[in-house]
Design a protein around this ligand. Structure first.
Ligand code: ZN
Length: 193
């Protein structure tokens, strides 16, 4: 059952965000096998969005050694390296937009908000659909900033994951409770388009 406020039901303008599906997150320095099953689901979501003319963004870690987060995780997704590239199965298409970021939230010090406002002929997107890694970290922190800025959020539950099942479930529960995020399977999300 949906708990979202649904303030934009009459004029829904979606944007899809595929977060941190990078070589280092999936196969490299901070890899997890739990990323593998979400690859086809994230792809399905992005493809359906493209067919419906819904903008697709790729907020991606693009770190330098100056980023504070490196103290926590060590070097990963370093700018200009293969580890910082989107995995080939989810390669961004021509009209997709990559958003380099330097910490967990896709909004923090990035051009995401500006780009979201430009979408739909300047009317702006108002509802963000999230896929990628990790449910309890970058997805969660992006939902937080989205909420602070007045966006509604949907998380595609089979297109996100975390290092452990507990973290996954906790992450989803957190965004549902605090940000009224709708948590839905990809096949239900794509029916909205
Ligand atoms: Zn990072």
């Amino acid at each position: 059952m949906s708990v979202a406020p649904h303030v934009y039901d009459k004029d829904r303008r979606y944007a899809v965000l595929v977060v941190d599906m990078l070589y280092d997150f999936v196969y490299g320095k901070i890899k997890t096998d739990r990323a593998l099953p979400i690859i086809p689901k994230s792809g399905e979501l992005a493809d359906s969005a493209r067919s419906a003319n819904i903008p697709v963004f790729y907020p991606n870690d693009s770190h330098t050694r100056r980023d504070f987060e490196i103290q926590r995780w060590g070097e990963h997704a370093m700018r200009g390296t293969k580890g910082a590239k989107v995995i080939s199965a989810l390669r961004p298409r021509k009209r997709d937009v990559e958003i380099p970021k330097t910490t967990y939230s896709s909004f923090h010090d990035t051009r995401l908000e500006k780009d979201l406002k430009k979408a739909y002929d300047g009317k702006g997107a108002n509802t963000l659909i999230l896929a990628g890694l990790h449910a309890d970290c970058c997805v969660r922190h992006t939902c937080a900033d989205a909420f602070f800025k007045g966006y509604e959020t949907i998380v595609a539950e089979d297109a996100v994951n975390s290092f452990t099942e507990l973290q996954y479930l906790t992450g989803l529960q957190y965004v549902k409770f605090w940000y009224l995020t709708d948590v839905l399977p990809t096949k239900k999300v794509t029916k909205l388009f």
